[in-house]
Design a protein around this ligand. Structure first.
Ligand code: BGC
Length: 717
């Protein structure tokens, strides 16, 4: 066999202008009729091949909770299911870099074995407001946690020889009018909060690709913003991969190319948006006018080819269509177990093995594994909470369980039928919850030891969540059954537990006293029921911590401008809370949250001791010890917050600057922790440049942002 080396420069010199332009524009909206069939059914898009030059197309597919491709193909008996992992917010709740890497490796293997080249994940926008419809697809309100989780995930994905994609670059923190809204943000907040996770992940993990966002940034579409895509991304941070648009984004193809947005996806936008013209034509005209130069075309083509030559498609990888789904199910389970956050526990959990459990809420049947839209997944199965509990041998009231099974299926067959929306998505009417009288509940309470009520929420791309009952607030129906359950179980001296199966915070303050324990299982992917069962039974000791604040009241949330002005059709959203996002706001302005950033209980207790600080080159090294002082093995997430001295720039009360999760510590076992804080990470952006203030810094080591266990001082001069 003769191997002819693919010399990118030579190939560029042989390409015609038309061929070059064709490489910059995706192959089109392949899921529409009259288009070539997609190579992998359910993929998001492809680039155009140039056969004459031996350039194949690349296949791109979503998304953050698992590879999103169609499980079924016409005239094909085989199935193409991919694993559903916990949503990103839950992955971030693990605070476990190794686990994120492992999840990335597993997803990367599925990407490769199903014939895909680039996974359109991770999504790393910030939880600016609890109502963003895609929060579940994002990690956290904090840029460091987001960036670190993303970096580990990207390393995992790319270790498989496929590419990852950091999206959506940048300030895409809402779904309302996401394709046109103009996000107005100061350069300080932009750099410290919103760009930071991208910067961290790019420098640490070198993702192959970045996706620019739909929205405008201070007046310009991000995909048409040279300052963002060239000056910051490439020149300052050294990014050398390719930038693609989000699907159909922006309004000017030539501007996108000129602004260093290399690839326009999915291509042929006019097939969906009738007012747009073919991108290829627009670029060609700009070229003929001299507005786009040969040098520009060559530069973009070079960037794309450099990524393309690394892909399985280019290397002619013979994919199997048989990824290791059984192994990955275990990874999904493990990640879910570590992402569960125990929010409240008054001598209730874990349940002893013979505890008789009465499970309430239709969510035990219709458990939510993840959100909708491009972050959706199509796994082989989803184990719901009820089946998980039964499979794991928990002592569940089976008569009640069978009642729920029948009730849910009757509802869905009659008044609450699931229908299809305009994009083929499921429209799922919300089910009633309060169909028991006090007497019914008394019967269940007297023959069981605990009552558990499950609350579910789902959201997704294209729409934000609502400040309404049934979304941010509980419905009257939910509140009514919860208070009945609470009254009756507690009156009988029995415990009442609430399980939250949600993707983003809801209001909890008004009802949290009704129950003895609250378990936040987020949207945990396909292994939901097994994770739930193993955590409540104590087989798994919860070790998740909140990556996002649960406010007491929505009115406390600092991003009051969400989702922009005018309210009925927002054109502009001003991020006027500036850097005071999440705990940076609550801590600085002394607003008490319901559950603070970094919070999460365990079935055991941990003691922190022996804090030492020293300087090693550019780092402040923080060492301390964590001891498991309880009687069950468990893991702890140690968090380091830094309080800066008063200087020229206003600073938040404290900021997360480091974290580390312990190994599984046996009762009595101690682990020595060592966390490095780069001095450069203490810098703030003063509007022109980054500066590190001199003076005394308080190094605060804690189990949450409001449970600080050790404090040390470090002077920078
Ligand atoms: C989403 C992206 C996604 C793309 C392709 C867009 O609507 O915003 O996150 O990767 O579609 O499916």
């Amino acid at each position: 066999m003769i191997i002819v080396e693919f010399d990118i420069e030579r190939v560029i010199s042989e390409m015609t202008v038309d061929e070059k332009i064709s490489l910059l524009v995706g192959a089109g909206v392949l899921w529409l009729p009259d288009n070539p069939a997609p190579r992998v059914k359910g993929e998001a898009g492809e680039t155009r091949p140039i056969e004459r030059l031996g350039i194949p197309g690349m296949v791109l597919a979503d998304g953050p909770a698992g590879l999103r491709i169609d499980p079924e193909r016409e005239n094909d008996e085989n199935k193409y299911h991919a694993t559903a992992f916990p949503v990103e917010t839950m992955l971030a709740s693990t605070w476990n870099r190794n686990l994120l890497r492992k999840v990335g490796e597993a997803m990367g293997e599925e990407v490769k074995e199903y014939g895909v080249d680039i996974l359109l994940a991770p999504a790393i926008n910030i939880h600016r407001n609890p109502l963003c419809g895609r929060n579940f697809e994002y990690y956290s309100e904090d840029p460091l946690l987001t960036g670190e989780m993303a970096a580990s995930f990207v390393e995992g994905v790319q270790s498989q020889g496929v590419g990852a994609c950091l999206k959506h670059f940048v300030v895409n923190e809402q779904e309302t009018n996401r394709m046109t809204v103009d996000t107005i943000v100061s350069e300080r907040a932009l750099r410290e909060i919103y760009l930071k996770p991208f910067e961290i992940a790019i420098k640490k993990a070198k993702p192959w690709t970045v996706m620019s966002s739909y929205n405008k940034l201070n007046g310009k579409y991000t995909s048409q913003n040279k300052w963002l895509l060239k000056d910051v991304l490439r020149d300052e941070w050294g990014f050398d991969g390719l930038v693609m648009t989000d699907w159909f984004a922006g309004d000017n193809a030539a501007e996108q190319i000129k602004s260093w947005n290399d690839l326009l996806m999915p291509g042929n936008t006019y097939q969906i948006f009738k007012h747009r013209r073919p991108e290829i034509e627009e670029i060609k005209e700009a070229y003929e006018r001299g507005d786009i130069t040969d040098e520009m075309l060559n530069e973009r083509v070079r960037t794309i080819l450099k990524v393309l030559v690394k892909t399985p498609s280019f290397r002619g990888y013979k994919y199997s269509n048989k990824p290791n789904l059984d192994e990955h199910a275990k990874v999904s389970y493990e990640a879910g177990c570590e992402g569960v956050v125990l929010l409240k526990n008054e001598n209730t959990l874990p349940l002893s093995p013979d505890t008789k459990i009465a499970l309430f809420g239709t969510g035990q049947i219709e458990t939510i594994r993840g959100g909708t839209g491009s972050g959706e997944t199509h796994p082989r199965y989803t184990i719901n909470f009820l089946d998980g509990a039964i499979e794991k041998g928990l002592n569940v009231d089976m008569e009640l369980a069978e009642f729920y099974r029948k009730k849910v299926s009757d509802f869905r067959a009659t008044d609450y039928v699931i229908t299809k929306g305009q994009w083929g998505e499921d429209i799922i009417p919300r089910l009633p919850q309060d169909f028991f009288s006090e007497e019914d509940i008394e019967k269940y309470a007297s023959r069981n030891d605990v009552g558990i009520f499950i609350i579910t929420r789902i959201s997704g791309e294209g729409v934000d969540r609502k400040l309404e009952e049934g979304d941010f607030y509980l419905t009257d129906d939910e509140l009514s059954i919860m208070s009945k359950l609470s009254n009756v179980f507690r009156k009988q001296g029995k415990k009442f537990i609430v399980v939250l199966n949600i993707g983003s915070p809801i209001e909890v303050e008004g009802w949290k006293n009704l129950c003895d324990a609250i378990l936040l299982v987020w949207q945990p992917g396909q292994e939901a029921g097994r994770i739930f069962a193993d955590v409540i039974s104590g087989k798994v000791n919860p070790s998740g911590k909140l990556p996002t604040t649960f406010p007491k009241r929505y009115e406390d949330v600092p991003s009051r401008s969400f989702p922009g002005e005018p309210k009925d059709n927002p054109q502009t959203v001003v991020y006027d809370e500036d850097i005071y996002v999440g705990y940076r706001y609550y801590d600085t302005f002394r607003v008490e949250p319901a559950f603070e950033f970094g919070f999460g209980l365990s079935y055991t207790t941990f003691e922190y001791s022996n804090l030492k600080l020293y300087r090693d080159g550019g780092d402040i090294v923080v060492t301390f010890e964590i001891k498991n002082t309880g009687d069950m093995a468990g893991k702890e997430v140690a968090q380091i917050y830094v309080r800066a001295p008063r200087g020229k720039i206003d600073k938040p009360y404290q900021e997360l600057k480091g974290f580390e999760k312990t190994k599984l510590l046996e009762p009595g076992e101690t682990q020595k922790m060592e966390i490095k804080i780069p001095v450069s990470s203490l810098a703030s952006f003063n509007g022109h440049c980054w500066i590190v203030e001199k003076g005394e810094y308080e190094i605060r080591v804690g189990a949450s942002s409001r449970d600080i266990r050790l404090i040390g001082k470090y002077v920078l001069d």
